[in-house]
Design a protein. Structure first.
Length: 86
């Protein structure tokens, strides 16, 4: 956003980061608002790619980490779970 604003962005980039980090954002509401903006240019069928790869993370300071099914290490005979974000 800052790069696209070019010379019209008169403040330092840290000012914009402060605004976005201080506000409370709902990712669902933001995603729906963006989709409503681009929906007129989409056709009748919209294909969406979803990646359900497990990002293996662990630690006390990482938010939202839990035990998830690990499709890469699992096989048909054995289901493996790991700590991480899905």
């Amino acid at each position: 956003m800052i790069l696209m604003a070019g010379d019209k962005a008169k403040k330092n980039y840290s000012s914009y980061h402060r605004v976005f980090s201080a506000a409370r954002w709902s990712l669902d509401a933001m995603g729906l608002a963006v989709f409503d903006l681009i929906a007129p240019w989409c056709g009748e069928v919209v294909m969406v790619a979803v990646d359900d790869t497990l990002a293996r993370k662990r630690g006390h300071k990482i938010f939202g980490v839990g035990m998830h099914h690990d499709p890469i290490l699992s096989s048909r005979g054995k289901a493996i779970t790991n700590w991480g974000h899905s």
